[in-house]
Design a protein around this ligand. Structure first.
Ligand code: ASP
Length: 349
């Protein structure tokens, strides 16, 4: 395992191949360990993790909180509705309140792009030793989801050694509302870093042609791409053609809450063209695993029958894998490195 250098986890565009390898290796080890009840790992004993979700969440928040508890951390959750934010307190002042209480790891979700990054910069500038994990910001980034999707795919292809090499040369189709999806953006960085070819599929209103160049340059504010050679990204309008020769398909929720205008003529028409079903997958001739970050609109992105078929849909597996992946992230940020991390006798990494 190589040295971990990140103080925060904000965007997978900043991850090197070694970073992916470190997270996947740790996640695989955490996944194999009994970590519930009395068998929690003591790694983060006495450390405080705070989740601040300014946008709704079912999976991510619970998964981070469980991950923190399995590492024996204390956990405090901030809920905007019942907080002093409604009395006009600024977001930064709210966060500083938790830092004053001793929070060392903050998991932040916000509907506006870059809020976790701005908080991280403000806390760094104030000299606070606090790590910020992006739990999803606007359309921009959802790094823990990108990593758990990568882990799920790597485990599917190479159950015993689910490292980045498991994705090399694989053809992964991402279908649906790419435009509004921070999950798709994080997956694009992760999958191409590991050498996968990504095919984006959907109507031009949801998958603009420009996405073919998404990973061609690092995002604004980042000087260089830590990955020397990435897999290709293509845009394909026809789903059946996209699925030919594919190794896996990920379908994305239609994010109607983020759509400013009518981008689709009808949900039925969308399902006909871009929805997944057993029939459609069988046309490709070989079994294809299906991922979805959730929440799923049954009958829109995929049929209920497909979602309920664990032989094809890896959706529950993604949820399961989210916990060890988030344990790995919390662990790495709290430890500032990988030394002695899995030694159950060390109470502090
Ligand atoms: N749960 C994911 C997110 O927070 C995907 C979605 O909402 O569709 O971005």
């Amino acid at each position: 395992m190589s040295a971990w250098t990140h103080r925060h986890v904000l965007d997978l565009a900043a991850f090197s191949l070694d970073d992916y390898a470190t997270v996947l290796e740790l996640a695989q080890r955490f996944r194999a360990m009994p970590t519930s009840g009395a068998r929690k790992l003591p790694a983060l004993q006495g450390r405080l993790v705070t989740t601040l979700f300014f946008e709704p969440s079912t999976r991510t928040r619970s998964s981070f909180e469980l991950a923190a508890r399995r590492l024996s951390a204390d956990v405090v959750s901030f809920t905007p509705g019942s907080s002093s934010l409604s009395k006009g307190e600024s977001l930064l002042d709210t966060v500083r309140t938790y830092v004053a209480m001793g929070a060392e790891l903050l998991v932040v979700r916000h509907r506006a792009t870059a809020v976790p990054q701005q908080l991280a910069e403000a806390l760094d500038a104030a000299g606070e030793r606090v790590a910020v994990l992006n739990g999803g910001d606007g359309l921009h980034s959802h790094p823990s989801q990108g990593l758990l999707d990568l882990f799920t795919l790597a485990r599917h292809f190479e159950p015993e050694a689910p490292g980045p090499q498991a994705l090399q040369g694989r053809r992964i189709v991402i279908v649906g509302d790419v435009l509004h999806s921070r999950v798709a953006r994080s997956n694009l960085w992760a999958l191409t870093a590991c050498g996968a070819e990504v095919v984006l599929c959907g109507p031009p209103t949801l998958v603009p042609d420009a996405f073919a160049d998404f990973v061609a340059a690092p995002p604004p504010g980042q000087r260089h791409d830590p990955v020397p050679r990435r897999g290709r990204v293509q845009v394909q309008r026809d789903l059946d053609a996209a699925l030919q020769g594919a190794d896996a398909v990920m379908t994305l929720r239609l994010q109607q809450e983020r759509m400013q205008q009518n981008l689709l003529s009808s949900l039925e028409g969308y399902h006909q063209r871009y929805g997944l079903s057993h029939t459609r997958l069988q046309r490709g001739g070989r079994p294809l695993p299906v991922l979805h970050p959730g929440p799923v609109n049954r009958g829109v992105e995929m049929t209920g029958g497909l979602l309920d078929d664990p032989a094809v849909a890896l959706v529950d597996e993604q949820v399961r894998n989210g916990i060890p992946v988030r344990m790995a992230l919390l662990y790495l940020l709290a430890a500032g490195g990988t030394q002695s991390i899995l030694n159950p006798s060390s109470s502090r990494p």
